[in-house]
Design a protein around this ligand. Structure first.
Ligand SMILES: Cc1ncc(COP(=O)(O)O)c(C=O)c1O
Length: 419
């Protein structure tokens, strides 16, 4: 078949690329025919980004205070990430973990140097990182204590991913319905309730999974006391303490890792989202003691830590580790949090704004989805978790005038809706 015929059969070369020239409405209609219906998507198509801003197909501009759900933490199209990806793509994009990958070694070294960890396993997503952590914990417990030690304790309202194992770890039944039977051996304790955790952790516990700040659960921080208690319980019973920093890690709280604020050190830490600045990558970091439970053949991922993804990861860390970067994040985040607190006071929305750094939740007792939609129509992208908490995950590089603009839009939306 001639090349031109092939193209027209498929709707043309441009169509294959990004349906260029079509309206967002037309793209969405076509999408509904062929893309599986797993997301409650908003009626818009984002096609371009720069810093804290994105543009839709109709060239409307939005302030992105959601950043692909904590992924584009350095903003869209950060020049260092673009350059790293372009240069690496020209060299080689993928090899295999049958061979050593220099970028993977460099990224693992950098993560180990700046954390408690000695060893890193790379994968492609948060769920995969938690799946790896679950498997490592069971392997470690089995090897060191025997087959009966396989139970894991996680928290109510937690979110750890959508694979069968990680949705079992996820302490929200709405994600689990319809998928029985789930892997056995998981129980759920209440966040910040040490007595409840004590009642669930015992000598058969292989691991305790905690998000230092629950993101999907409603931006709920674990207290320092709770984390310390969890550490002590894990030590007492020979269980591994696993922190899921897929959402709250990589600078989001104003330190590279959220656990640094508490001083409580886990045995395993999981990362994804912002680690690749938009290129899919996940990682499981572990102490030598935990990591040695895995031997060749015990776990693997075809794409995990490939040259392209780890080039992006190295570029992200280069920027985040620059002198003064985290201090700047902390300063800007305080400014934004104060602005939100002022608005919460002005409109008397009830519970205080919570979170740390640039993972912030503003509880609203009503109108959550309506507020999100009004913000979107006014050029600000945020979301609402559990229908009741407005969640803000702006890029860490957001500027003061952009925060002022976002606060102005929120003020206007609340004036119109909060009656
Ligand atoms: C804390 C946490 N863990 C795990 C995941 C799952 O990550 P992924 O969607 O990359 O599998 C998420 C996703 O939102 C998350 O917030």
């Amino acid at each position: 078949m001639a090349e031109s015929e092939q193209c027209s059969d498929n709707g043309g070369v441009e169509d294959l690329k990004q349906l260029e020239g079509l309206s967002s409405e037309a793209i969405i209609e076509r999408g509904k025919n062929v893309v599986m219906n797993t997301y409650g998507r908003l009626p818009m198509t984002i096609v371009k980004g720069d810093g804290a801003w994105v543009w839709d197909t109709e060239e409307r501009r939005y302030l992105d205070f959601l950043t692909g759900l904590a992924v584009n933490s350095l903003g869209h199209n950060h020049p260092a990430i673009v350059r790293a990806v372009q240069e690496q793509a020209q060299e080689i994009m993928h090899t295999s973990n049958l061979y050593w990958i220099p970028n993977q070694v460099a990224l693992a070294e950098r993560l180990a140097e700046h954390s408690f960890a000695d060893k890193v396993f790379f994968c492609n997503s948060g769920a995969e990182a938690n799946e790896a952590a679950f498997k490592l914990a069971r392997k470690y417990a089995g090897k060191n204590f025997g087959a009966q030690k396989y139970e894991v304790v996680t928290l109510e309202n937690s979110f750890h991913g959508r694979t069968l194992a990680t949705l079992t770890l996820t302490g929200q039944t709405k994600y689990q319905e319809g998928y029985d039977p789930l892997p056995v051996g998981c129980s759920y304790a209440k966040l910040n309730d040490l007595e409840d955790l004590k009642a669930k952790v015992n000598s058969n516990t292989a691991a305790v999974f905690i998000e230092p700040i629950q993101g999907e659960g409603g931006v709920l921080p674990a207290s320092g006391e709770f984390l310390q208690g969890a550490r002590a319980l894990c030590d007492q019973f020979g269980a591994l303490l696993i922190f899921d920093e897929v959402q709250c890690g990589m600078g989001r709280t104003g330190k590279l890792f959220a656990y640094e604020w508490s001083g409580v050190v886990p045995d395993i830490l999981t990362l994804a989202k912002a680690l690749g600045g938009g290129v899919p990558i996940g990682a499981m970091l572990a102490t030598d003691e935990a990591a040695k439970a895995f031997q060749p053949g015990d776990h693997a991922s075809t794409f995990g830590g490939n040259p392209l993804a780890t080039a992006a990861g190295c570029a992200v860390l280069d920027v985040m580790l620059e002198d003064g970067f985290m201090e700047g994040v902390q300063e800007r985040a305080k400014y934004f949090q104060k602005g939100l607190e002022e608005l919460a006071g002005k409109y008397q929305t009830g519970e205080p704004v919570r979170g740390k750094g640039f993972i912030l939740g503003w509880p609203v007792s009503r109108l959550g989805p309506e507020i999100v939609e009004a913000c979107r129509l006014n050029g600000l992208l945020i979301n609402c978790v559990g229908g009741k908490v407005l969640r803000f995950l702006p890029p860490l590089i957001v500027e003061k005038r952009e925060m002022d603009k976002a606060l102005g839009i929120l003020d206007q939306v609340f004036t119109e809706l909060w009656k």
